[in-house]
Ligand binder design. Structure first.
Ligand code: CP3
Length: 347
């Protein structure tokens, strides 16, 4: 393994400062899915290995986490793992199909299925995640983010059995059988919370809750069938948290009320309008369209500048994409983007 350029304690804390809405020297920037197939060195190191297998080897997970940081001066690292790791760790058979996503062969659609979800014991069930975090903290000089999938997004994979466009089965269960739904969400909220707390104890300095697919819901469904369980996950965490979803324009105030020091927003709502909805007493993360990063730099630059202009140099902005980096993204574009954000936002 090549030496890490980041050995030592956390030196650059502008990311943590922004989550607390404290003044920063420059706007911090990191990218969801900053480790991944867009990097040739990722493809080479992962080889044909199943991603859930790769995550089980701490030295490998450490290296995959560090790869993007060796290329560009990102202001945070995110532990290389997946939202399905704690689900697999409690014995649910799940695999990740390249190019598709998580697949669950025996979907959960009734009370008996929910009853099979046992309590997560992080030290016993997923020691490799915690070891990866401990090793990373020795290497990193930027803050380390731990993460979990939110109950609704995890439920969507467990109920559908895989990725789905309309989440029809998930919504049917939610509406037809509120008791089973409550039991499922309760189990997944406990899973997500204990997964986050264990990562924090191992050294994660901030956490992000990914509710990637919650934008499929109406505000009333969200308020009734999702919000109470998100609140349970995020309430009183000992480190700053980011609460993220995609397609959440109409849900932003409900998500804010569910919790999170920082709300992560996608590109469908202009950043300043999203911040108005969330309220200026919270930090915001986002929100460049990841597809734009697959275009030429001449297209990326003005779009990135627009995001920065909408943030208007206010404290509490963490620059990110509105969703994860796409595999066809040019690494050079992201490198230039990091420099652009840092150069244009000197205070
Ligand atoms: O760099 C990072 O952001 C850290 C690692 C990370 C992964 N997954 C690794 C991964 C994180 C934070 C995730 C979260 C995740 N996983 C989410 C929430 C974020 C989002 O994108 O909305 C979701 C929904 C998943 C489930 C999942 N896992 C999907 C949809 C996929 C993509 C399938 C594909 O091939 O396109 C995965 C696989 C996955 N997780 C990859 C990576 C790097 C790609 C695996 C590969 O082929 O190498």
């Amino acid at each position: 393994m090549p030496p890490s350029p980041y050995r030592g304690g956390t030196v650059n804390d502008r990311f943590l400062r922004a989550l607390r809405r404290e003044p920063v020297d420059r706007t911090p920037v990191w990218f969801m899915r900053q480790a991944g197939r867009y990097l040739p060195e990722y493809r080479e190191l992962r080889g044909d290995r199943d991603i859930l297998e790769a995550i089980r080897v701490p030295e490998l997970a450490v290296e995959l986490t560090l790869q993007p940081l060796r290329r560009m001066p990102l202001d945070a690292a995110i532990v290389f793992a997946d939202i399905m790791v704690p689900v697999a760790a409690i014995g649910v058979p799940v695999r990740i199909e390249p190019g598709l996503g998580p697949v669950v062969d025996e979907p959960i659609r009734d009370a008996a299925g929910v009853a099979r979800l046992r309590t997560l014991e992080p030290d016993v069930d997923e020691p490799f995640v915690l070891e990866t975090i401990r090793l990373l903290r020795k290497e990193l000089r930027v803050p380390l983010i731990g993460f979990a999938g939110a109950p609704f997004t995890l439920a969507s994979y467990l109920v559908e059995g895989g990725p789905s466009r309309d989440l029809a089965r998930t919504k049917a269960l939610m509406n037809d059988d509120p008791d089973t739904w409550a039991a499922l969400m309760g189990a997944l909220a406990a899973l997500a919370r204990s997964h986050l707390l264990a990562q924090i104890e191992a050294g994660a300095q901030a956490v992000q809750l990914f509710d990637s697919w919650v934008g499929a819901l109406s505000p009333s469904d969200y308020a009734r069938s999702v919000q109470p369980w998100v609140r349970r996950v995020l309430e009183g965490l000992p480190v700053p948290s980011i609460h993220f979803g995609v397609g959440t324009g109409e849900l932003l105030t409900l998500m804010r009320d569910a919790g999170g020091d920082t709300i992560g927003v996608d590109w469908r709502v202009p950043l300043d309008r999203a911040w108005d909805r969330i309220g200026l007493d919270r930090a915001i993360q986002g929100n460049l369209d990841p597809s734009i990063c697959t275009a030429s730099w001449d297209s990326v630059e003005p779009a990135a500048i627009e995001v920065l202009d909408r943030a208007a140099g206010r404290d509490g902005h963490v620059f990110n994409l509105g969703h994860g980096v796409l595999p066809q993204t040019s690494p050079q574009n992201l490198q230039r983007l990091v420099d652009l954000v840092h150069e244009r936002t000197v205070r």
